[in-house]
Design a protein around this ligand. Structure first.
Ligand code: GSH
Length: 218
């Protein structure tokens, strides 16, 4: 089988890149990675060498090139059915896909106000109504998934799946921006952040020196 090659952005800032990277790493699927620093004079040219959409993440696998974080993870789920990238039951899978798509398409207020920035010292920011609404909805999603499907483990559907990967950058935002959340939300965040995969990504992010000024929020 051809080898998987995942092209990603800076680990400190690239929230979309974190998603398929976490999914692959948590599943123990070997892959090669290339990091392209965002917001440099060379970024556009370097990404264009890999991605027809001009964005990261992008996965190549032999002649197949797959972009868009969720499409990449759908591809992985098809490639490795034994890894259960999605939950096993149709009911859980349907909800996992719903909340993953909701993440992919939404929560713009939170994403704009609180860009992923793992090196930022933990500090609260002023939250507008849009951010508060996003946080409330996300807490509801996590609580509901955990209650209905999470019995077999610490993650949204028990075992780590694509839905957890989709929300991993939100976990970091809630932490970095010291957002007031409930105890069960914190427990879920701790489970994601304690994973060896997240720790390894975080460690690499701490060593990066590239700066993306637009993602630096006081
Ligand atoms: N919808 C895309 C979003 C990808 C995206 O916006 N990636 C950002 C980095 S996190 C990017 O490539 N930025 C490059 C640029 O703006 O030059 C996905 O899910 O993969």
């Amino acid at each position: 089988m051809s080898k998987l090659h995942l092209v990603i952005g800076n680990k400190n800032y690239s929230s979309w890149s974190l998603r398929p990277w976490m999914a692959l790493t948590m599943a123990g699927v070997p892959f090669r990675e290339t990091v392209i620093p965002l917001d440099t004079p060379d970024t556009e040219r370097l990404i264009a060498e890999h991605s027809p959409a001009g964005r990261v993440p992008v996965l190549s696998h032999g002649r197949n090139v797959i972009w868009e974080s969720l499409a990449i993870m759908e591809y992985l789920a098809e490639l490795f059915p034994e890894k259960n990238f999605w939950p096993k039951t149709a009911a859980a899978r349907a909800v996992a896909r719903s909340v993953s798509n909701e993440m992919h398409a939404g929560f713009g207020a939170l994403r704009n106000a609180c860009p992923m920035n793992l090196r930022r010292p933990r500090k609260a920011v002023a939250m507008n109504d849009g951010v508060r609404k996003d946080v409330k909805r996300i807490e509801h999603i996590w609580r509901d998934c955990r209650a209905r499907f999470g019995k077999g483990g610490k993650f949204l559907f028990g075992k780590f799946c694509i839905a957890d990967a989709m929300y991993a950058p939100v976990v970091t935002r809630f932490d970095t921006y010291d957002i007031r959340i409930a105890e069960d939300t914190r427990a879920y965040m701790d489970a994601v952040m304690a994973s060896a995969a997240f720790q390894s990504w975080h460690e690499a992010a701490m060593k990066e020196t590239w700066l993306v000024p637009s993602d630096e929020v006081d």
